[in-house]
Design a binder for this molecule. Sequence first.
Ligand code: COA
Length: 176
Amino acid sequence: MAYGWTGEKVRLVPLDQEKHLPNALLWLNDPDITQWTLRGDFPLSRLAEEEWFKHTMSHTNREVVFAIETLEGEHIGFTGIHQIDWRHGTAITGTIIGRKDLWRRGFGTDAVKVRTRYAFEVLGLRMLLSEVMAENVASMRMLLKVGYREVGRIPRRYWKRGAYRDVVLLVMERAL
Ligand SMILES: CC(C)(COP(=O)(O)OP(=O)(O)OC[C@H]1O[C@@H](n2cnc3c(N)ncnc32)[C@H](O)[C@@H]1OP(=O)(O)O)[C@@H](O)C(=O)NCCC(=O)NCCS
């Protein structure tokens, strides 16, 4: 039986340690996937990931993380609404499609669409923020397509793969 929040191509489902954790280890330790992510680059152990899963699954008032699955139930990534601030109605978002062979097929865009709808209509948040390294063309295009807009850039903000990289600040606000 399928459950979760469904879009045209993906379904956002609760984390399941047995099904999703082995892929998290594979993907978050893959230098191609973390090439332009803000996190990553340090080895992620099974023990640390198990603790993160346990923590995240039981603190959903601060952070909502979904596994992204195809409509057929295949696990292809993760997407999250982090640092939820209920007073201000804000949160910080991030997405990973771990199945590199499925990049550029619209899965990321659909996951962000479903996540945005969930954040605004279900959680009642009003503003989603995202930080993207300027080199991360895929992530920028995906977020702009769904309705995020660029509100600023910080030059040389993060050290990544041999250089200080600019970061782009993006925001999406709920229509009133
Ligand atoms: C960013 C990411 C989630 C996008 O997922 P995806 O499923 O490939 O995205 P989509 O297929 O929906 O593509 C979104 C847009 O980006 C474009 N795009 C995707 N990959 C691209 C690439 N490598 N270069 C240029 N454009 C790219 C697509 O063409 C599409 O734009 P278009 O419709 O105008 O053509 C995925 O590349 C990923 O997981 N990357 C590694 C982790 C990461 O960087 N996450 C973001 C952290 S901020």
